[in-house]
Design a protein around this ligand. Structure first.
Ligand SMILES: CC(C)(COP(=O)(O)OP(=O)(O)OC[C@H]1O[C@@H](n2cnc3c(N)ncnc32)[C@H](O)[C@@H]1OP(=O)(O)O)[C@@H](O)C(=O)NCCC(=O)NCCS
Length: 136
């Protein structure tokens, strides 16, 4: 299935949240107010893949002026293993490079075998020996 990649707009919020319920592990920031604020603060950070009027993939390419961060990379179960994940990651990389980001990172849950396989197959480097600290 052919899909188009484009920046999300406020009109996509409901569809993105519904897509994540089907296609990704839930997070505490899956909320319309949070997404509205992201789209308002950093238009272009949330990239969606759309096919036949439906959202079939997402990625957030966040830029804080220091490092680029990849979040919420997800592809619908029916669209997996056809290169869409890679296409979304490349779109995120292109956006971040265009903004001047030189270093990018992504957090991958170690027990998520599919995600680990995806990132291992990519041209990103696994950085061993780092601990992640989080709040909230
Ligand atoms: C991880 C995810 C985004 C990959 O999307 P995708 O569109 O299927 O990935 P691609 O088709 O671009 O795969 C690229 C390569 O990654 C590897 N890969 C992807 N899925 C794999 C799987 N299930 N098993 C083994 N390798 C896999 C393969 O090397 C693949 O290349 P190939 O198909 O030519 O062998 C998708 O499985 C997903 O949305 N999972 C649920 C959400 C999630 O866990 N996101 C990751 C957050 S870090």
């Amino acid at each position: 299935m052919q899909s188009d990649l484009r920046p999300a707009t406020a009109g996509d919020i409901e569809g993105v949240l519904a897509f994540w319920r089907e296609s990704a592990e839930p997070t505490s920031t899956d909320a319309d107010g949070v997404l509205a604020s992201l789209i308002d603060r950093d238009p272009g950070a949330l990239i969606v893949a759309e096919a036949d009027g439906h959202i079939v993939g997402t990625v957030i390419a966040g830029w804080d002026g220091w490092r680029g961060s990849i979040y919420r990379l997800a592809v619908g179960p029916d669209q997996r293993r056809s290169g869409l994940g890679q296409a979304l990651l490349h779109a995120a990389e292109d956006r971040l490079a265009g903004l001047g980001a030189q270093r990018l990172h992504a957090i991958v849950v170690e027990s998520n075998d599919v995600a680990v396989a995806f990132w291992t197959a990519s041209d990103w480097e696994h950085q061993a020996g780092q601990l992640r600290f989080a709040k909230g």
